[in-house]
Design a protein around this ligand. Structure first.
Ligand SMILES: [Zn+2]
Length: 338
């Protein structure tokens, strides 16, 4: 098929989102509203001022803007509003299933209780069923915090483990390898949680980190991870073991103008379960459909390739085989109509 990909085609395509940080969906409008609600001085009072502060060109400069903004999140209702606003957007983007990252330590470290955070997020997920979006939570450890702090966080999570489908690893990767958290991953797996980890693009030890995550820690997905193309053996490994790779073209484009498009297509053609996601959409200029379209437009994707990316998003997800079959059938039905 060589039909040109339109935003309308992408809009209607059923898809899953597997790489989405809920804190990264905090839009300027909600940020200002919550600042007012909780009487937090964020140093900005208009949407333009908030947007002007969004200056970053690598992971470290992004995180320096990202974490301070979370000060406005204080009460259970704030976390509910944050998650529900995103889930409404997800429904508008025809996201049928989403596995949402949240960073408890970014909140508990400023004396917001774990319970406050997860109760608000969970309540929004329950309410979003009415929007026809099914959602799960993935708890991320902040890799630039100590493993002691990760251990404590996992203990705090245990009473809520039925609300948490898996654990992940995010924040500043520099000198913070996956292996630092090997024990916490073992404990999380023993508690029945799925495993994923960020291996951000073009890090100092990208290949080493990918290898640790895959071969030692047994992760089922890697978030980003496109540097894997530099190591054909590891590419074979993810293809053979059907390890998901969750790529985010628009956030990549803040660091690399080519948004790692060549790498994404190379992995797709080799049969890797790579999919497209929005990462921190309020900060990187677009939700999931914008990410699909940016990639399709810049790299002239065929309809077949776009459909495969959407199929991969369900296949790499942590839903039951029965649910996967239902969603894949929805894709087939949609494609048949086009
Ligand atoms: Zn991410």
């Amino acid at each position: 098929m060589t039909t040109e990909i339109t935003p309308e085609f992408i809009q209607g395509l059923p898809k899953a989102e597997l790489h989405l940080h809920i804190e990264g969906t905090l839009e300027p409008e909600l940020k200002l509203e919550l600042a007012k609600r909780n009487k937090v001085d964020i140093g900005q009072s208009t949407i333009e001022e908030v947007r002007q502060a969004y200056q970053y060109d690598d992971l470290a400069s992004f995180l320096a803007v990202y974490y301070p903004a979370m000060q406005v999140l204080q009460q259970e209702q704030d976390f509910y509003d944050l998650a529900f606003s995103y889930l409404r957007r997800a429904a508008e983007n025809n996201v049928r299933h989403v596995e949402i990252f949240f960073d408890p330590q970014a909140h508990t470290s400023r004396d917001i209780s774990f319970e406050t955070v997860i109760s608000g997020l969970h309540r929004a997920i329950v309410d979003a069923r009415a929007l026809n979006v099914d959602a799960e939570l993935i708890m991320c450890f902040l890799r630039d915090f100590s493993k002691e702090s990760a251990r404590k966080t996992l203990l705090e999570a245990m009473p809520y483990k039925d609300w948490i489908i898996g654990v992940g690893l995010d924040s500043d990767e520099h000198n913070n390898p996956p292996l630092k958290f090997a024990r916490q991953y073992e404990d999380a797996a023993a508690a029945g949680m799925h495993l994923t980890a960020h291996c951000d693009i073009d890090q100092k030890d990208s290949i080493d980190h990918i290898r640790q995550a895959l071969e030692i820690m047994g992760v089922e997905r890697i978030d980003h991870g496109t540097n894997i193309v530099e190591d054909p053996d590891l590419v074979d490994f993810v293809v053979n073991h059907q390890v998901g790779l969750t790529s985010c073209p628009l956030s990549n484009s803040f660091v690399r103008p080519q948004m790692k498009g060549e790498e994404i297509l190379q992995l797709l053609s080799k049969g890797a379960k790579i999919c497209i996601n929005s990462d921190d959409p309020a900060y990187f200029g677009g939700y999931i459909n914008d990410n699909y379209y940016a990639l399709a437009d810049q790299f002239n994707l065929t309809q077949q390739q776009v459909i495969q990316l959407a199929r991969n998003s369900f296949e790499a997800s942590w839903i039951s085989d029965e649910k996967k079959a239902l969603y894949l059938a929805e894709i087939d039905e949609y494609v048949a109509k086009h």
